[in-house]
Design a protein around this ligand. Structure first.
Ligand code: TEU
Ligand code: CA
Length: 544
């Protein structure tokens, strides 16, 4: 199902609102804040996992798919969340982490005991302790295989060593996963977000990758489309809102994943546009964002997916990403302007927009000064890898400071009070100082706030078919400072002009006064009046 009129709000429960004063956000915390979420105008909540887990990867290491981690609450709380959200016209999407389980999951524990059935649930290979089956690299650093001495076998983990990859070739595994979807559907969940779902189909042969880290052998793998079709059909979730998280994918594959005729998913998250500041493609090498590359990627994906009948999830932020305003905007001098400009860039595109908690406030990166402040397993692993590679403490901290996933995991900023109004005690992870400036209480009162701009964008999409259904084509294609596009439907037209620089820039195709002379009217913007050219981080939406 194509979902063009609405918006999804992503919640990271651990950092959303702590209802019982233990410093960790929880399900009851979400329930308490449902009226706030409703005030945003969103239709769906996607919550990241709250299932039983040792929390090595903050819940993406699931030990039981049908039980709630007591840190977050109880099954009764989740049922109440679904019901209370429903009363407010909001549906819940569940996070389905099906590429791997925690090694504490019963299946893996039974595999460790040597039970044949469960050994086949995972990807175990016979071998010697000093020679992993392949040279593939884990996404969190180090080799992707772990040796189990008493079994004389290695198991594959594309992520943390405690996240063992499931063997999707095994029909029994696929049946288990369908059952989990049915279980949650019965509970009233209305959609699913599938974690790294394009990595589920591994190759027939496991061989070394002499060109890369192994990803070319399992990304968009040989049976992935088949597996998805089967999963969706058999579990009876076709017609629900589903989104697949696609790692290092291609437009062609995403068209197949999301074209309604294929009966796989409603839409796909892709990440190429969030790598334009990776030097040489390496997340841990810093450079300024390449705006020309960003613009080219937006165009390729927006136009390419439209041509193939695919559907994008459009977004900047999630719990794995640094904050967009710190990364592509200016989170000090032009905080308000750049946060709004970035929001407009994606919310008016063709696709379903996602807002990640706090993004609507213009929340910034964490701005930590010591490695002790970090919590994420990936950041801690890479800090060590960078230090071992000879980087000074200062250099390593600068890199982690820009790239850490913890930048997106600081507590939601509810007010200027102590602990940002998130909790009555110190949170599991600390807040940037600027929570006193950027928070719900302050921004609800300020008509000009980033928060109110987001609310306006959500309503604007709801009320304008041209945003939902319109064609898209890109303008100012050779302009390195500006991202611009046109949406059009049945004679209606919108022009979106976004300045990605902290200075005044000129348009090259048509000036602002020429737009006005041609009968275009400015209907949205982050500066009051029109000037001769685009001011720092200015966005203008013209309508005709
Ligand atoms: O993310 C997949 C993923 O590839 C990212 O974590 C990636 O490693 C990151 O953007 C840094 O490069 C999903 C979840 O969103 C993430 O939180 C989990 O850690 C991961 O899967 C494993 O389940
Ligand atoms: Ca709590």
């Amino acid at each position: 199902m194509k979902f063009s009129s609405g918006t999804v709000y992503q919640i990271y429960p651990r950092s959303f609102y702590d209802s019982n004063g233990d410093g960790i956000g929880d399900i009851r915390g979400i329930i308490e804040k449902l009226d706030y979420i409703k005030s945003l105008g969103v239709d769906y909540i996607w919550s990241t996992p709250f299932f039983v887990s040792p929390q090595r990867d903050n819940g993406y290491d699931i030990a039981n798919y049908r039980e709630i981690d007591p840190r977050f609450g109880t099954m009764a709380d989740v049922e109440k969340l679904i019901a209370e959200a429903g009363k407010r016209g909001i549906s819940i999407m569940m996070d389905a982490v099906f590429n791997h389980t925690s090694t504490e999951h019963e299946w893996f524990q039974r595999a460790l005991k040597g039970e044949e059935k469960y050994l086949n649930y995972y990807i175990f290979k016979d071998g010697e302790p000093d020679k992993p089956p392949t040279n593939w690299v884990s996404k969190f650093g180090g080799n992707a295989w772990e040796y189990v001495p008493h079994l004389k076998k290695w198991y594959l983990h594309l992520f943390d060593v405690t996240q063992a990859d499931l063997n999707w070739e095994n029909l029994e595994v696929r049946e288990e996963l369908k059952d989990i979807l049915r279980f949650w559907k019965k509970k009233g969940v209305k959609g699913y977000r599938f974690d790294v779902v394009n990595l589920i189909s591994k190759p027939a042969e496991f061989v070394d990758d002499n060109q890369g880290d192994g990803r070319r052998f399992y990304t968009d793998g040989r049976h992935v489309h088949e597996f998805l079709k089967e999963l969706v059909k058999d579990s009876g979730i076709d017609g629900m809102i589903t989104v697949g998280e696609m790692s290092s994918t291609s437009i062609d594959n995403c068209i197949r994943y999301s074209n309604p005729n294929e009966h796989e998913l409603s839409m796909t998250f892709s990440f190429h546009h969030l790598k334009v500041d990776y030097k040489g493609g390496d997340k841990w090498s810093l450079m300024d964002a390449d705006i020309s590359a960003l613009k080219k990627l937006f165009e390729d994906w927006q136009v390419g997916m439209a041509e193939g009948g695919g559907w994008n999830a459009v977004f900047w932020c999630n719990h794995d990403q640094p904050r967009a305003v710190s990364r592509f905007g200016d989170d000090e001098k032009f905080h308000n302007e750049s946060a709004k400009m970035l929001a407009a860039t994606v919310h008016l595109m063709r696709g379903t927009p996602y807002i990640y908690q706090g993004e609507e406030l213009g929340m910034t990166n964490a701005k930590y000064t010591s490695i002790e402040q970090y919590r994420d397993v990936e950041s801690l692993n890479y800090y060590k890898i960078l230090r071992d590679a000879g980087k000074s403490e200062e250099e390593a901290l600068k890199i982690i400071g820009e790239r850490s996933r913890d930048n997106g995991r600081t507590p939601m900023q509810w007010s200027a009070e102590k602990f940002a109004g998130f909790s009555s005690v110190e949170a599991w992870i600390s807040s940037p100082e600027n929570y006193k400036q950027f928070n719900v209480e302050v921004e609800e009162r300020d008509e000009n706030s980033v928060l109110n701009f987001y609310k306006m964008l959500v309503q604007f999409r709801k009320n304008n078919r041209v945003v939902q259904e319109g064609d898209i084509n890109f303008l100012e294609r050779d302009n390195n400072d500006v991202i611009a596009y046109r949406r059009s439907l049945d004679g209606e037209e919108l022009i979106i002009l976004c300045n990605y620089r902290g200075k005044n820039v000129d348009l090259s195709e048509k000036s602002l006064s020429e737009f006005c002379a041609a009968g275009y009217k400015k209907i949205i913007g982050n500066y009051e009046n029109l000037a001769d050219n685009l001011r720092p981080y200015e966005v203008i939406v013209f309508q005709k």
